[in-house]
Design a binder for this molecule. Structure first.
Ligand code: MN
Length: 247
């Protein structure tokens, strides 16, 4: 089993180190991750400059680009043999509901999925990383399950792990994405020259967070596993749109 690991918090983040540590016994692990924290980079590719790939002393490769750049480069020339699995994380903070649209953690996994490789994104719900080791243990268990009993279909899994000691975590459950309220307002500020600037506001609170959603599962202390797909076509609107265009 060859496993490509990436993330969006950067190759020096504690989350990727913890993930690699637990995955090494399960297979041949290669790390290609962003040099800097690129959280919120979504599926962006860098097309206005060439990218440097550098090997760190610990053997991780880092790229001066986005999470998607990292996996893309790995799969289109850097790696001599394609991986059997792409794993992203462990992200510092949750990626639930609408977060998945903006997430670089999910994007790194999604790039693998687009290339036909099964992929899993792991996120730890709280940013304090106190329970990173228990999250890593869950990640290893899920990857080990795929190795022992591979899912028959190509998949992209989004996993959110509550910040709790391992013994206090609920079961791993299958969920759908919930939805958030719109983002908090921008935070106005200025620079020393008096130019007006804006910080993008925090994500909105959970809105669609009922039973069955990732938000609900995590609130119960359960590990939420949501299978994702990429086709954004609004199939139910195809007929309406055809009628509208025919008017
Ligand atoms: Mn991140």
């Amino acid at each position: 089993m060859r496993i490509l690991v990436s993330n969006d918090d950067g190759y020096l983040s504690p989350g990727i180190e913890a993930l690699v540590r637990v995955l090494r016994p399960l297979g041949e692990v290669v790390v290609v991750a962003p040099e800097q924290n690129r959280s919120g980079a979504s599926n962006s590719l860098t097309l206005d400059r060439p990218l440097a790939v550098t090997e760190a002393p610990n053997g991780f490769f880092y790229v001066n680009g986005t999470p998607t750049d990292c996996v893309h480069i790995a799969l289109t020339g850097l790696l001599t043999t394609p991986p059997d699995l792409v794993v992203s994380g462990i992200n510092k903070g949750q990626n639930m509901g609408d977060d998945t649209i903006y997430s670089g953690t999910v994007a790194a996994a999604m790039e693998g999925y687009l290339f036909g490789i099964p992929a899993i994104a792991f996120s730890l719900v709280e940013k304090d990383l106190i329970h990173l080791e228990s999250a890593a243990r869950i990640a290893a268990e899920i990857v080990a399950r795929q190795i022992a009993n591979p899912l028959a279909e190509l998949f992209l899994l989004n996993v959110n792990i509550p910040s709790r000691p391992y013994e206090e975590l609920g079961p791993v459950v299958v969920t759908r994405l919930g939805k958030r309220h719109p983002s908090e307002p921008v935070f106005p500020t200025s620079n020393p020259r008096g130019d007006k600037l804006y910080w993008i506001g925090a994500a909105g609170g959970a809105r669609d967070a009922g039973p069955g959603t990732d938000f609900h599962a995590v609130a119960q202390g359960q590990v939420a596993v949501t299978p994702l797909q990429i086709d954004l076509t609004h199939v139910a609107q195809l007929g309406t749109l055809e009628g509208w265009l025919a008017l």
